[in-house]
Design a protein around this ligand. Structure first.
Ligand code: FES
Length: 167
């Protein structure tokens, strides 16, 4: 007697596709919920670090403090926001009042490697001690290795006070 065994039938393609569909649907919902929660949280955590540095105008002092043609080193308080960090720092600068009423404010760092330079009143030149750079009163390189003139800070006069941007 011959027994006929029915060969196993392949899985019902409709059942498999229904399971796959459910799995896909659950994964999609999970992904959507994850994105809905994760993206704003990630943005909240990272956005301050991606923001540009924020600087503001800082008061240096009364414009009457500066004599025409006589560079003067000053220190002022500057607000700085860099990502999460907000601070007020003391900054130096060189200020020169010009005959035409304009004011020039130089960053106090040498444009070679950042050393602090000084004004030589006898020679009427700025001198950097690190590698013997020499700049004239307009910040142009007279001699030495600096690749460019002294950096200028944005400046304006407001209510009789010299204001500088950042620094
Ligand atoms: S840092 Fe001023 S000359 Fe080098």
């Amino acid at each position: 007697m011959r027994t006929s065994s029915k060969p196993e039938s392949p899985p019902d393609p409709q059942v498999v596709s229904r399971r796959s569909f459910l799995a896909l649907g659950i994964a999609a919902i999970g992904g959507f919920i994850g994105a809905a929660l994760g993206i704003p949280l990630a943005g909240y955590a990272v956005s301050p670090a991606l923001q540009q540095r924020k600087q503001e105008w800082s008061a240096v002092g009364p414009i009457s403090d500066f004599s025409v043609g006589q560079p003067k080193k000053v220190e002022y308080s500057a607000f700085k926001k860099d990502g999460w960090i907000e601070e007020t720092v003391t900054k130096p600068a060189w200020v020169i009042a010009r005959e035409n009423g304009e004011i020039t404010v130089f960053d106090p760092r040498c444009t070679h490697l950042g050393c602090a330079y000084r004004w030589d009143d006898g020679r009427k030149l700025f001198l950097c001690p690190c590698h013997d750079a020499v700049f004239d009163i307009d910040g142009k390189v007279v001699s030495g290795p600096p690749p460019r003139p002294l950096d200028r800070l944005e400046a304006r006069v407001q209510d009789g006070k010299l204001m500088v941007m950042g620094g």
